[in-house]
Design a protein around this ligand. Structure first.
Ligand code: NDP
Ligand SMILES: Nc1nc(O)c(N)c(N[C@@H]2O[C@H](COP(=O)(O)O)[C@@H](O)[C@H]2O)n1
Length: 277
């Protein structure tokens, strides 16, 4: 069996319609805001964890919900993760559904552009990175890395550009607790400048927790979560955004979904909704 046929995933036509209201429009119609249609999507445990420990790749999705995630990848122009995930997972970030480009389809049709948020350009990848191997095999696109470092390492820049990727430089700001932070509107604006009309944001913890802060959660158009029937336990990488307070200083929920729909998917459930603003 070839490497490609072993990897191929199937997501039946009959299971696709329920997702449609939660996805970027098929006709490419853009939003009024000029920013890409933004879907927040990840797999979580019952204790709101993404991975069993920092730096550890952890399988949560069952086969059906994994195939659904790859369908989501085929429906977005770009797929975004933080550098923590790039380092922990050595991810492919391509779409391995039967029929997309590289998996029986033409060219790279249906393959999203991977976007990595790496403010200091600390990801020291080599040609062996899975994401680049897939590019050489014609099964994925080269990543664009958003950085605040005006002089990223020459070696990585060369490798990236040889594969058709690039660094995109964006200004960072400093907060009391963080030395180099991107504003999410600026991140999404830079994707618009590159011509992307939709992006799915997969994680990891820091990416999701900053996106769900009050100042940026309004940028999220759709939320599609896979919930797996497992508790990862203490010490895991947790989704838990910064606490919010009302005018009287009382703690209030950091974020809440509206128009929620739940769909069983094998042993998992898939939750779709919108952020209530
Ligand atoms: N179950 C799932 O669906 C998923 C699981 N994961 C898991 O999540 C874990 C990784 O999570 P985590 O360690 O939190 O890493 P992240 O992937 O969230 O990357 C975090 C880093 O990205 C940079 N970053 C994130 N947001 C911003 C911002 N707004 N501005 C500037 N820089 C930003 C920072 O880099 P710097 O430190 O250089 O400042 C930050 O430390 C992995 O174990 C992975 O397996 C990941 C995705 C999905
Ligand atoms: N949907 C989903 N389910 C899980 O169980 C996961 N661990 C993840 N992780 C995300 O997918 C990336 C790996 O992608 P490749 O299979 O290498 O293409 C990983 O980096 C996370 O972003 N997602």
């Amino acid at each position: 069996m070839s490497e490609i046929s072993r990897d191929v995933l199937f997501f039946p036509e009959s299971q696709r319609p329920f997702l449609e209201p939660h996805l970027p429009p098929l006709d490419g119609e853009s939003k009024s805001s000029n920013l890409p249609f933004t879907t927040l999507t990840f797999a979580t445990s019952l204790d709101s964890s993404l991975a069993i420990a920092p730096g550890v790749r952890t399988t949560l999705s069952g086969p059906q919900s994994k195939a659904m995630t790859h369908y989501l990848r085929s429906r977005h122009d770009a797929i975004l993760i933080g550098v923590g995930t790039a380092l922990a997972d050595n991810p492919g970030l391509n779409c391995r559904l039967k029929g997309v480009g590289g998996y029986g389809g033409q060219d790279l049709r249906g393959q999203p552009r991977p976007i990595i948020i790496d403010p200091t350009a600390r990801w020291e990848f080599t040609e062996q990175a899975k994401i680049l191997a897939l590019v050489r095999e014609g099964r994925g696109r080269a990543p664009y890395i958003i950085t605040g470092n005006p002089s990223p390492p020459a070696k990585q820049k060369q490798i990236l550009e040889e594969h058709g990727g690039k660094y995109i430089t964006l200004n960072t700001t400093s907060t009391e607790t963080e030395a180099h932070r991107f504003d999410w509107t600026a991140i999404l604006g830079s994707l618009t400048n590159e011509g992307f009309r939709s992006v799915m944001i997969e994680g990891g913890g820091a990416v999701i927790n900053t996106l769900l802060e009050q100042s940026s959660q309004g940028l999220v158009d759709s939320v599609i979560l896979t919930i797996a029937p497992t508790w990862l336990g203490q010490g895991a990488v947790v989704v838990s955004p910064k606490r919010r307070f009302d005018a009287g200083g009382n703690a209030i929920p950091a974020s809440r979904l509206r128009d929620v729909k739940w769909y069983p998917f094998g042993e998992d459930v898939v939750l779709c909704g919108k952020i209530k603003l």
